[in-house]
Design a protein around this ligand. Structure first.
Ligand code: HEM
Length: 406
């Protein structure tokens, strides 16, 4: 460690000015022992990349916050802990591989292409529904419902029930952020409600498979999903958790970047072929997953230091993505940036499985917004952020002025 400085990752500065805060941490203490996380915080691109590829580091099961509750409270949250233990099969390496194998069967390029017209239809319908008053509230009227509709499609939910996903998704966040007891209770209630909802739907897919992801999960004849009776139902919740809020935040913060950088918006309108690279730059600058935890299952060498088994590491993707050693002018939003090897989806054995779907969804959404709303302007003085310590915030709303119908 190169400095005596201590850092409070939950402080207002770390939430509201996280980029400059993280520049400071990276420059002064790139491998920083944090008592708040009981782990080593890694902020340099090279170290985060090496840690995410390191097979001796594993992703801990999703029960993190609940495991740290005082002993007398733990039994109250046993139902949630039982479900979270099954998320992504993270309790064992083999289960995790089974989980990934099953999901990869579904998330093929052909499948993502098959979903494209539906994503287009959802986007068009949402914009039609919201256009009348001359204003669009992007978070509530587009980003969240669009992303929920796509997850609903994967899970095979009837369209009319997709509102439920929005509530469940909000409540589930409590398990993975600094939450009070009341939010944890709400999280558990929604988790169990979603599982109860999914159970008959999952049974139906067992009897009569369709083209959705649930049908792929129930068709696994061996391994994790075949062995654990609750695994399919529990992992429907994982998919909502992993895929909803993330994609929704990418759409709203990506659009905010275009509003704050009108010359980049103009460039994208002039050169629509830049859309894929604009989305990569949105992921780099405003990637919704700030950091992930890893634990060493064996001694390991990282960033030139040796660590024993059982140590925790916080891989701060958000800091890696703005490391000046890798990205020239890292705080500049540049939709032509090449190469752009950001880590917004993670990397290595725990990398995101929804990358192709996310990229397609963002592409359809931004193409449609730019095409249908030519004079896209902010309808706010300052962005309406909600703090999400540690190190994060998300847009509560994003109001844009919509030109009158042509
Ligand atoms: C902007 C959108 C998204 C972002 C930024 C994102 C980010 C990530 C990141 C950083 C990880 C790796 C976590 C780690 O290092 O441990 C991850 C894992 C995962 N993501 Fe995504 N994700 C997005 C969308 C989605 C979508 C739409 C889905 C599917 C519907 C999805 C499914 C998953 C799954 C299943 C995992 C666990 C992979 C594993 O453990 O093997 N993600 N995501």
């Amino acid at each position: 460690m190169s400095s005596e400085e201590t850092y409070d990752f939950f402080a207002p500065e770390a939430v509201w000015n996280s980029d400059s805060f993280l520049h400071r941490v990276r420059a002064q203490s790139p491998v920083y022992w944090s008592p708040q996380f009981h782990g080593w915080v890694l902020t340099r691109y090279a170290d985060v990349l090496a840690a995410s590829r390191e097979r001796r580091l594993v992703s801990p099961p999703g029960t993190g916050w609940l495991d740290r509750l005082p002993a007398e409270l733990k039994p109250r949250f046993q139902p949630a802990r039982d479900a979270l233990r099954l998320w992504a099969g993270l309790s064992s390496e083999q289960d995790h591989l089974d989980f990934q194998r099953a999901l990869k069967k579904y998330f093929t390029p052909a499948q993502v292409d098959r979903l494209r017209p539906r994503v287009q239809r959802f986007t068009d319908e949402l914009l039609e529904a919201a256009r009348t008053p001359g204003e669009l509230e992007v978070v509530g009227e587009l980003a969240r419902p669009l992303s929920a509709s796509v997850i609903g499609e994967l899970l095979g939910l009837p369209v009319a029930d997709r509102e439920l996903l929005l509530r469940w998704s909000t409540d589930l966040q409590s398990f993975f952020q600094h939450a009070d007891l009341e939010s944890l209770h709400r999280g558990q209630r929604s988790l169990l409600e979603m599982q109860d909802y999914m159970r008959p739907l999952v049974d139906e897919r067992r009897r009569a498979p369709r083209e959705d992801l649930v049908s792929v999960l129930v068709s696994q004849e061996e391994g994790f999903f075949a062995r654990e009776p609750e695994a399919v139902v529990a992992n429907c919740v994982t998919l909502l958790f992993s895929g909803h809020e993330t994609t929704s935040r990418l759409i709203s913060s990506g659009l905010l970047l275009l509003l704050e950088n009108p010359e980049q918006q103009a460039l994208l309108r002039d050169r629509p072929e830049l859309m894929p690279s604009a989305i990569e730059e949105m992921l780099r600058c405003a990637g919704p997953t700030v950091a992930m935890i890893r634990v060493s299952r064996e001694p390991v060498e990282l960033a030139g230091q040796r660590f024993s088994a059982g140590e925790s590491f916080v891989l701060v993707y958000k800091a890696a993505n703005r490391d000046p050693e890798v990205f020239a002018e890292p705080d500049r939003f540049d939709i032509t940036r090449q190469p752009n090897r950001h880590l917004a989806f993670g990397m290595g054995p725990f990398a995101c499985l929804g990358t192709a779907l996310t990229r397609m969804e963002a592409e359809v959404c931004f193409q449609t917004l730019l095409r249908r709303l030519p004079g896209l302007r902010p309808a706010f003085e300052t962005p309406d952020w909600k703090p999400l310590p540690p190190l994060n915030r998300s847009l509560r709303s994003l109001r844009v002025a919509v030109p009158p119908r042509a």
